[in-house]
Design a protein around this ligand. Structure first.
Ligand SMILES: Nc1nc2c(ncn2[C@@H]2O[C@H](COP(=O)(O)OP(=O)(O)OP(=O)(O)O)[C@@H](O)[C@H]2O)c(=O)[nH]1
Ligand SMILES: [Mg+2]
Length: 198
């Protein structure tokens, strides 16, 4: 995908604030600090379109981006970070759920997992829930630069089993080396064309 433009449009907490409804949309979800914002930046060749942070829980709103005046990306707040105040956490679940279950232009969800971690109940429940909502889900295992090739292969196998998917449905990625970017774009294009079903 050749990127001609990528711009931040708005942040939202509730449906009346959503925007860009006329474009096919891809949402990026995953645990806090897993690398959602870094993946978006890498996909659109920008270092700082989306703010990234060493401090987990930085993205607290639903952020909408317009890519090439034809596609919309949504950066979702990360779930499962213990240090976020309970009151804030309580609002995120319903906020993300409302967005995912009501968004008509949503073509698919990219669920990002750290290749070094085994998926927890939060991830497994989320994957189940997406299936029940009939939403296509593409999984990306990120931070692959932190593991040797052998360890990557082992984790790839283990995580695929844990989420009951085939290995080919879990794409490997590194925001540091950008390895895997072309495959992720291809998968996004398929989601947009609607010819895949997760
Ligand atoms: N080595 C390495 N570091 C990464 C990679 N992806 C993200 N990081 C680092 O991980 C940290 C978190 O990245 P973010 O992209 O901000 O993560 P996020 O999922 O958007 O986090 P929240 O918005 O807080 O939920 C940053 O310090 C990134 O530089 C990767 O592929 N490799
Ligand atoms: Mg973020």
């Amino acid at each position: 995908m050749i990127i001609t433009s990528a711009q931040f449009i708005t942040s939202a907490v509730k449906p009346s604030q959503y925007t860009l409804a006329e474009f096919p949309e891809i949402a990026f979800a995953g645990r806090s600090n897993v690398g959602k914002s870094s993946l978006i930046n890498a996909l659109v060749n920008r270092r700082r379109l989306v703010k990234t942070s060493r401090t987990p829980g930085r993205t607290q709103l639903i952020n909408f981006f317009l890519i090439n005046d034809s596609l919309s990306f949504v950066d979702l707040p990360g779930y499962g970070y213990a240090k976020v105040p309970a009151a804030v956490k309580k609002k995120w679940g319903p906020m993300i759920e409302t967005y995912l279950s009501s968004r008509e232009s949503l073509k698919g969800v990219i669920l990002i997992l750290d290749i070094r971690r085994s998926p927890g109940m939060e991830e497994l429940n989320f994957i189940d829930w997406l299936g029940r909502e009939g939403l296509a889900c593409l999984m990306v295992l990120t931070k692959t630069d932190k593991l040797s090739k052998t360890r990557q292969a082992k984790q790839h196998h283990m995580i695929a089993r844990a989420v009951q998917k085939e290995k080919k449905d879990l794409l490997l990625f590194s925001a540091k080396t950008k390895k895997g970017k072309a495959e992720i774009w291809r998968a996004i294009e398929q989601l947009i064309d609607g010819d895949t079903h997760a």
